[in-house]
Design a binder for this molecule. Sequence first.
Ligand code: ADP
Ligand code: MG
Length: 139
Amino acid sequence: MSGNITFTMIKPGAVADGHIGAIMAKIAEGGFKFKAVKMFRLSKEQAESFYAVHSARPFFNSLVASMSSGPIIAAVLENENAVLAYRDFIGATNPADAKEGSIRKLYGTSIESNAVHGSDSDENARIEANFFFSSMEQF
Ligand code: ADP
Ligand code: MG
């Protein structure tokens, strides 16, 4: 059975471009409830750890630099079938391929600076939420 919790970040580029409010409003309009929200700046080491699964990819160093370049908004979201529903909602990884009206289409500026993160499994949603928030029990 799929869970009702996912984890998202508004990435540094979208925060720097002034899109926090618009993106959070869109997430809420999409039917996702905010269970926890935090503004946070990842260190280089924390960004490396968060994206460790991509450490062998050619874009890893650039991704880590970009994700630690300024503050992010971290949030835990609740909805039915949250992980898949949210990934569908935000659009494809590359904003150029993301569906019209999606957050990544509207606010992403490149495949790397694609406005938001969305967990890819229930297990990773838990791990990622616990990375930023002290205890998932509160959700
Ligand atoms: P998603 O965020 O859609 O789950 P991935 O897990 O494949 O995508 O990649 C993680 C993040 O790495 C992406 O959101 C994006 O910021 C970055 N990324 C992915 N592919 C590329 C690429 N080819 N070039 C640069 N950055 C990339
Ligand atoms: Mg991913």
